[in-house]
Ligand binder design. Structure first.
Ligand code: PLP
Length: 294
């Protein structure tokens, strides 16, 4: 495959690359990450991803070793060297390699790495089978706005969903005032559509500020679709006209079933379709130009 990886400024074959056994990412999941989409060899919404990375790093009190601008230039240069045209960049920054100790090490440079990976083309908006959701209790920490590499609760939830014959797990929690509320999924944000209005939970303790969610909010505004951020109850979500989920790798997936029950009329709804088409139209203008990449 000849895949390459960039680690702290050096590019080497991915298969030969090494990270220390005492890297804090490996021992404590002490790090943050990003998944950035590549369309036709160009990263999509790169600046937004790197700004979120900076916020996630600040959220775990870790200073990145380089600025967003410098990291962006490295990524753009790397992209010209990989053969991957349509796929993703996986980027991870950990607190570095140091003798195992819960206390933050001093003068320990973070380990920053990224590589590109091919992804199969997605179905056209509205096509393909609907996603199948499965409800799970939310056992995650309260800083889900940090894109942390500590994903064990998400991994267990997703596997529970797959074992139940579904594709994605939806986290549900009991709110003392509102009852059962849904926040997001194991690897995607969640949206319900009722009466033409899109409703989604606000970002915060239990919701990652998804970059696709951000773009979706913008295209909804431009398309004249009302976009509301407020807690979403499970019962209203199950009674929605349409439900869809978003992420960098899936863009928008319409939801066909939830806990085995059909959502809406069991087809991709008109609002979901319109927003997905609008999102696709944004791709050419939002992909970072490689012109000027050193
Ligand atoms: N929520 C969670 C928990 C995720 O892991 C992800 C993506 O991995 C998302 C939401 C969607 O975020 P984005 O649109 O930036 O990919």
């Amino acid at each position: 495959m000849n895949e390459l990886v960039w680690i702290n400024g050096d590019v080497s074959p991915l298969a030969d690359a090494k990270v220390g056994v005492e890297d804090r990412g490996y021992q404590f999941a002490d790090g943050v990450y990003e998944v950035i989409r590549l369309y036709d060899g160009r990263p999509f919404t790169l600046r937004e991803h790197l700004e979120r990375l900076e916020k996630s790093s600040a959220g775990i009190r870790m200073a990145l070793p380089m600025s967003v601008a410098a990291l962006s230039a490295e990524i753009l240069q790397f992209v010209t060297r990989t053969k991957v045209r349509d796929g993703m960049i996986y980027l991870q920054a950990t607190r570095g390699c140091s003798a195992r100790n819960h206390v933050f090490p001093k003068n320990c440079p973070p380990t920053v790495l990224f590589y590109a990976r091919h992804l199969s083309p997605l179905p056209a908006p509205g096509e393909g089978p609907g996603a199948r959701l499965h409800t799970v209790p939310d056992e995650r920490w309260k800083r889900c706005w940090v894109k942390s590499i500590a994903l064990l609760a998400n991994v267990l939830a997703k596997n529970e969903a797959v074992e139940a014959g579904a594709d994605e797990a939806v986290f549900v929690e009991d709110d003392p005032k509102l009852g059962r509320i849904v926040s997001e999924c194991s690897a995607s944000n969640l949206f319900v559509v009722k009466g033409g209005r899109v409703v989604t939970a606000p970002v915060g303790p239990k919701v990652l500020p998804g970059i696709t969610r951000l773009v979706l909010a913008q295209v909804a505004k431009q398309s004249g679709v009302e976009f509301v951020e407020r807690p979403v109850r499970l019962d209203e979500a199950l009674a929605a006209d349409e439900v869809f989920i978003t992420s960098t790798t899936r863009e928008i997936s319409w939801v066909g079933t939830w806990d085995g029950k059909t959502v809406g009329n069991g087809r991709c709804g008109p609002v979901t379709l319109r927003l997905h088409q609008a999102l696709r139209e944004r791709i050419p203008s939002e992909t970072s130009s490689l012109v000027g990449a050193a």
